[in-house]
Design a protein around this ligand. Structure first.
Ligand code: MRU
Length: 360
């Protein structure tokens, strides 16, 4: 997608180096930085210079490649897997990418591993772009159906499941970008998404860059808008989807799904197949939920008179608690928009679209 008219992906190779957009600087500054080592890649994931499940996976794959450039031994292959895996616990794409790259490298002689790892990381990024394009095409049909009935389509989204969270297009945003590009009158309600404001900072920024009409709302406004017929569809992303269709996504997604269910608003989750964890059946009981620093709750960052400043927004001395994700049970999900089509949020629905997994 374009930034000030120039095409970017959130991660790319340039002159033998791995480059990323530093998302901690958005929306107030657009800065890119180099990942020169495995440690840089781990830092970028842990500190959220890159974030979003598919982009975390691609960055981890590049992290393995950088690790192999430093030391391609069997011992470092295993150790790099462990170090990168420890960066963030919830998005399953991280483990998926590390397993995928490791399995390809293990049989190779150490001298061949770095080149093979870079080639696979590149392929993972390219595959993600193709997957998201396909998700967009399937999700577009859902927007077109509403547009044919009533003209303007209001979509609500939570967090950032946009191109910044993937290798391009985004998952939840891919149908929106395609609808907009086709001339459909689509408007997006962007949940602010406290505490890190991925909606207000990142989704709003990228929709604005592409010229998609949008309005940022506080996280508590969605239910009210749904009661008043102001939301036609909800599209969100996911960090891990169980084989039974439970969806783990940014904290607050569950509350939006409850409100959508109560108001008869279709609630779709857009996901690439590497985000499905086929080993997990019960999302609430089995998915590890990342607890991040309480300061993300007690403080906010914003553009002040002296540039980007940090403000305390909670009574001094009061503690904060910061679970970063929640699980929406499959019964609240209208459908899972994947690269192979829209599946029912159930084990049967997912296995019908991915029959090779049924055999595995
Ligand atoms: O903590 P983050 O910013 O990495 O969380 C991102 C999300 O929750 C996204 O909605 C999810 O990864 C899907 S991204 C296509």
């Amino acid at each position: 997608m374009k930034v000030d008219g120039v095409s970017y992906r959130p991660i790319w190779e340039e002159g033998g180096a791995v480059r990323i957009i530093d998302q901690t600087r958005l929306p107030f500054a657009f800065e890119t930085t180099t990942l020169g080592s495995e440690a840089d890649a781990a830092h970028a994931i842990r500190e959220m210079l890159v974030r979003g499940a598919p982009l975390i996976g691609a960055t981890a794959a590049y992290g393995m490649a950088l690790a192999m450039r430093e030391d391609p031994s069997d011992a470092n292959l295993a150790a790099a897997w462990e170090r990168l895996h420890a960066t963030r616990p919830t998005a399953i794409n991280l483990r998926w990418a590390l397993d995928d790259v490791s399995a390809r490298l293990r049989p190779l002689p150490p001298a061949d591993r770095a080149e093979a790892a870079f080639a696979r990381a590149r392929a993972i990024a390219d595959e993600d772009v193709a997957i998201n394009r396909a998700i967009g095409e399937h999700g577009l049909t859902l927007i077109e159906a509403v547009a044919a009935r009533k003209g303007r389509v209001n979509v609500l989204t939570h967090c950032n499941a946009g191109w910044l969270a993937t290798c391009d297009w985004g998952t939840a945003t891919a149908p929106i970008y395609m609808a907009h590009d086709k001339g459909i009158d689509v408007h997006v309600w962007v949940d602010e998404t406290r505490p890190r404001n991925q909606g207000g900072f990142l989704t709003a920024w990228e929709l604005g860059q592409h010229g998609v009409p949008h309005t940022v709302i506080v996280d508590n406004a969605g239910g009210h808008l749904m009661q008043h017929g102001e939301v036609d569809l909800c599209f969100v992303g996911t960090d891990r989807t169980t084989r039974t269709g439970d969806v783990c996504n940014k904290i607050g997604t569950y509350l939006k799904a409850l409100a959508a269910h109560d108001n008869g608003v279709p609630f779709y989750v857009c996901l690439p197949s590497p985000t499905i964890d086929w080993t997990v059946a019960d999302g609430v009981k089995e998915i590890p939920i990342e607890a991040r620093r309480p300061e993300e709750v007690t403080e906010v960052q914003g553009l002040g008179r002296n540039g980007v400043e940090t403000f305390r927004v909670v009574s001094p001395g009061s503690p904060g608690f910061n679970p970063a994700f929640d699980v929406t049970p499959a019964r609240l999900v209208s459908g899972l928009v994947t690269e192979r089509g829209v599946a029912a949020a159930s084990e049967a629905g997912l296995r019908a679209l991915f029959p090779e997994r049924a055999a595995a």
